[in-house]
Design a binder for this molecule. Sequence first.
Ligand SMILES: [Zn+2]
Length: 104
Amino acid sequence: MMHFTCDRCGKLIGQGDRHHVVRIEVTAAFDPNELSEEDLDADHLKEVGDLIKAIEADPNVAAAEVPKTRSLRRDLCGDCVETFVQHPVGHETGIEKKAFYSPN
Ligand SMILES: [Zn+2]
């Protein structure tokens, strides 16, 4: 039988207890302000073709070209999930006071 422990408070999450899984994917954000006329005029099909050829020649190129994405999984008990939902970026640190949520 699998045992789960809350990754926030450390409490054992027993069978029948509320158990929540939080999956977070962190990746570099796209900044539309960095787009230029040159970017819009670029031949993207040619760039993709060149990248495919470079990856075929050296698979390590793919790791260098693709932005790093990190995936996290955390198990939370019923008490801690409520705190997480209310303060997903960290109440204890005060970070949420500075957070800006874009309208989209
Ligand atoms: Zn907990």
